[in-house]
Design a protein around this ligand. Structure first.
Ligand code: ATP
Ligand code: MG
Length: 334
């Protein structure tokens, strides 16, 4: 029975178009996990409010994230797909957890410090408590596994701490969730300019989006940072060239990657040729997802049905936890 399967939760913020990093860090795992786990995947619309998005754009982004996830292979009949804001139980648990989360530890979070540096004029309380809300997202369903990219590792560590702290104070309710990637370390898909990761809201010209046209994909890949190439055999590979190889290993066949690796080691590599091959493999990979997503995105009635059904299931499931939590905290008067 579905109820006895291990529980998986993960979310994606509706902050823009989904990209290759979201796919390989998160969605590829979602698609594989849907067969064997009880999966709750959500669009993290509350999380995106930290940066005050345009109201109309937010709505469209939510629908697009759902469409792109289904296009990537998620089956709404197999998984529970919902908008975070449709599950008020998450906000209630967030409130309890906020009483157990300390200002000092939240201020030390790497992503918080980055955001403070980038946007010093918008250091709001929601930004500070982001890891607490993320913990509530996960443990409200008592999840064991959270498929995410490498960038979320620290947040998961915090989620484990908060879950543990709640259990310690009130009684053993929550399993401690772990970050998950099939058979390997967590993935970080690098940006094409050699700095940082691909991202929805930063680095957009160096990020390959699942909605990019074939020509745009080619243009972005051809502009990726390279240099004149190694002058001696078996040179040390610069990190931006390692990134290109990493991208190739995601979408190209092994023989092609090996050929260029050998060329590099022989100091005979032509980066132009490597990028051309990579661009074509990227196009082959992205185009079918883009086309499917466009069709699904246009079907508003279908998207509404998916979100309605997902919300109902997610609320019912989350409510079981909240009932238990209220009792443990001492808030059951009736
Ligand atoms: P934003 O810039 O708004 O934070 P994002 O691209 O970082 O957007 P998120 O919604 O924060 O995307 O994350 C959704 C999922 O995608 C998470 O599991 C995250 O770890 C994963 N992810 C995001 N970027 C990458 C990347 N470059 N490589 C691997 N995984 C990634
Ligand atoms: Mg992010």
């Amino acid at each position: 029975m579905a109820n006895e399967r291990e529980i998986v939760v993960s979310g994606i913020r509706p902050t823009g178009f989904l990209h290759l990093g979201n796919y390989f860090g998160a969605m590829r795992n979602y698609v594989r996990m849907q067969e064997a786990y009880d999966c709750y995947f959500f669009v993290a619309d509350w999380h995106s409010l930290t940066t005050h998005p345009d109201t109309k754009e937010l709505r469209e982004s939510v629908l697009r994230v759902v469409a792109e996830n289904i296009a990537a292979g998620l089956d709404p009949e197999k998984v529970c797909l919902y908008a975070q804001s449709a599950v008020p139980q998450i906000a209630e648990l967030y409130l309890y957890l906020n009483m157990l989360a300390y200002k000092g530890e939240l201020e030390k979070t790497t992503t918080f410090k980055d955001k403070v540096r980038q946007n010093p004029e918008n250091v709001n309380a929601g930004l500070l408590t982001y890891p607490v809300l993320m913990t509530a997202d996960i443990i409200v369903h008592k999840a064991l596994y959270v498929p995410v990219g490498k960038d979320q590792e620290q947040h998961l560590e915090m989620a484990r701490n908060f879950a543990h702290r709640f259990n310690h104070r009130y009684g053993d309710v929550f399993p401690e969730p772990t970050a998950f990637n099939f058979g390997a370390d967590l993935v970080k898909v690098p940006s094409l300019d050699g700095t940082g990761k691909m991202s929805k809201s930063e680095n957009q010209l160096s990020t390959l989006f699942l909605a990019d046209s074939d020509d745009l994909i080619r243009k972005k890949v051809m502009k990726a940072k390279t240099d004149a190439g190694p002058t001696e055999p078996n040179s040390v590979m610069p990190d931006y060239i390692q990134n290109l190889f990493q991208l190739a290993s995601l979408v190209s066949d092994e023989g092609t990657v090996q050929k260029f690796r050998d060329d590099f080691n022989n100091a005979s590599i032509r980066y132009g040729d490597m990028k051309k091959a990579l661009a074509e493999d990227m196009v082959r990979f992205i185009a079918p997802i883009r086309e499917k997503a466009e069709a699904i995105y246009a079907d508003r009635a279908f998207l509404k049905k998916v979100l309605d059904e997902g919300a109902e299931k997610a609320r019912d499931h989350a409510q079981q936890t909240i009932t238990e939590v209220r009792q443990l905290v001492g808030l059951n008067y009736l």
